[in-house]
Design a binder for this molecule. Structure first.
Ligand code: AMP
Ligand code: TRP
Length: 344
C-alpha cells in the first residue's frame, strides 16, 4: 500500500489555509487510500524565536484539531515528532549528504532569514538545516507521497534529491518520495494581503481565518477582505489576486470551480457573503468535534502515545539501515548481543 507522510508545525493557531491546503485532504482522501502518518512537527517549531509553554499548548491543540478534522487513529497514525528519536537521528546523517549551498537556496529559508534580519534578530542554525530534518521526517518512513501545500514542494524535492544521493553513494536505503498538491486552494492567501500566504505564524490577524474562530469573526474577516480595483467578477490570479483568493476559497469549500463561480456573480458583496457562509459551514463540524475532544484530554494523549509507538516501529529499521549503510558500527546485533563480540 502507498505510504503517505505529512506534518504540521505548532507555530501558531491552525488556519483555513492549513485546512484547505492540507488537513482536509488527509482526512477525506489520504487516510482511506494509503498507510498514512500525520505528525505534529514540534522540533520544527524551535527554528524561530519561540515560547516553550506556547509550543506545548499549540502542539496539544494541533493534535486535537487533527482529530477534530476527521483523522481516525484506526485508519492512520497521528503522533508528535519529538516523541520519536529517529527523526533527529536520521537528520544528522542527511546533513552529511546535503550541501551548504543546497540549504541556502531554499526559498523559505531565504524569506524567513531575511525577515528575521530585518527585525534585527539572529537566525538560528536550525532554520538553515530545517529542510534536512523535514527530509528525515519523510525518508524515515519509506514515504511514497507527501501531501502538502505547494509552498512545500521545494522541500520535498530536496528530500528526493537526498534520498537519491544517499542511495547512490551508500546502497539502496530510502524510498524516493514525491509531493502531492491538492487541486483547488493549494495556496490560500491572506485576506488582507493576497500577495502573501495565509500563514499561522504571521501577525496579521484580520487577514487570517483561524479554524477555531467564532462564526461572527469569520464573517467579519471575509467581508473585510481586500478586493482589487474594478467591480466585475473575473477569475485572474495575476491582476485580481484578492478576488481570485475569495473565488478559490469558495470553490474549495463548495466543491465548485473558481472560473465558473466568477461567472455567477455580478458584485463583490454577494460573493463575500457566500464565501463567508461556505467557510463557516466547513468549519462548523470541526469546531464542534474540537470542543468534544477538549473535554477528554486523556483520549488525545492516548492517541499520541499509541501513534508514537507505531511510528517508532516503522522508522527504526529504516534509520538503523541508514546508520549501517553510511559506515557506522552497529551498537548491537539483531539478537541483542554486542556486535563486536559477535564479530570476533
Ligand atoms: P505549516 O502551517 O507551515 O505547518 O503547514 C502545514 C501544512 O499546511 C503544509 O502542508 C502547508 O503546505 C499547508 N499550508 C499552510 N498554509 C497554507 C496556505 N495558506 N494555503 C495552503 N496550504 C497551506
Ligand atoms: N515544513 C512543513 C511546513 O512548513 C512541515 C513539515 C515538517 C512537513 N516535516 C514535514 C510536511 C514532513 C510534510 C512532511 O508546512
Amino acid at each position: 500500500m502507498t505510504r503517505v507522510f505529512s506534518g504540521i508545525k505548532p507555530t501558531g493557531h491552525l488556519t483555513l489555509g492549513n485546512y484547505l491546503g492540507a488537513m482536509r485532504q488527509w482526512a477525506t482522501v489520504d487516510q482511506h487510500r494509503s498507510e498514512a502518518l500525520f505528525c505534529i512537527v514540534d522540533l520544527h517549531a524551535l527554528t524561530v524565536d519561540h515560547d516553550p509553554a506556547r509550543v506545548r499548548r499549540l502542539s496539544r491543540q494541533a493534535a486535537t484539531l487533527l482529530l477534530a478534522s476527521g483523522l481516525d487513529p484506526d485508519l492512520c497514525t497521528v503522533f508528535v515528532q519529538s516523541h520519536v528519536d529517529e527523526h533527529a537521528r536520521l537528520s544528522y546523517l542527511l546533513e552529511c549528504v546535503a550541501t551548504d549551498g543546497e540549504m541556502r537556496r531554499m526559498i523559505q529559508y531565504k524569506e524567513k532569514a531575511a525577515r528575521e534580519q530585518r527585525r534585527g534578530g539572529s537566525v538560528r542554525l536550525s532554520l538553515l538545516t530545517y529542510p534536512v530534518l523535514m527530509a528525515a521526517d519523510i525518508l524515515a518512513y519509506g514515504t511514497d507521497e507527501v501531501p502538502v501545500g505547494n509552498d512545500q514542494t521545494q522541500h520535498v524535492e530536496l528530500a528526493r534529491d537526498l534520498a537519491v544521493r544517499f542511495n547512490q553513494r551508500y546502497g539502496h536505503t530510502f524510498v524516493v518520495p514525491r509531493a502531492m498538491n491538492p487541486a483547488v486552494a493549494a495556496r490560500v492567501m491572506n485576506l488582507q494581503d493576497p500577495g502573501s500566504k495565509m500563514g499561522k505564524s504571521d501577525d496579521s490577524g484580520p487577514g487570517i481565518v483561524y479554524l477555531l474562530d467564532e462564526p461572527d469573526t469569520v464573517r467579519k474577516k471575509v467581508m473585510r477582505a481586500v478586493t482589487d480595483s474594478g467591480s466585475e467578477v473575473v477569475y485572474d490570479r495575476e491582476s485580481r489576486p484578492g478576488l481570485a483568493n475569495l473565488l478559490e476559497i469558495l470553490a474549495a469549500c463548495t466543491g465548485g470551480d473558481p472560473e465558473q463561480l466568477a461567472d455567477a456573480y455580478d458584485g463583490y458583496g454577494a460573493l463575500k457573503r457566500d464565501t463567508a457562509d461556505a467557510v463557516i459551514e466547513v468549519l462548523r463540524p470541526l469546531r464542534e468535534r474540537h470542543q468534544e475532544l477538549c473535554a477528554d484530554p486523556g483520549h488525545v494523549e492516548g492517541v499520541l502515545r499509541e501513534g508514537a509507538a507505531r511510528a517508532r516501529g516503522i522508522a527504526r529499521p529504516t534509520v538503523d539501515a541508514a546508520y549501517r549503510a553510511i559506515g557506522l558500527l552497529p551498537a548491537e546485533s539483531e539478537d541483542g548481543a554486542v556486535a563486536l563480540n559477535a564479530a570476533r
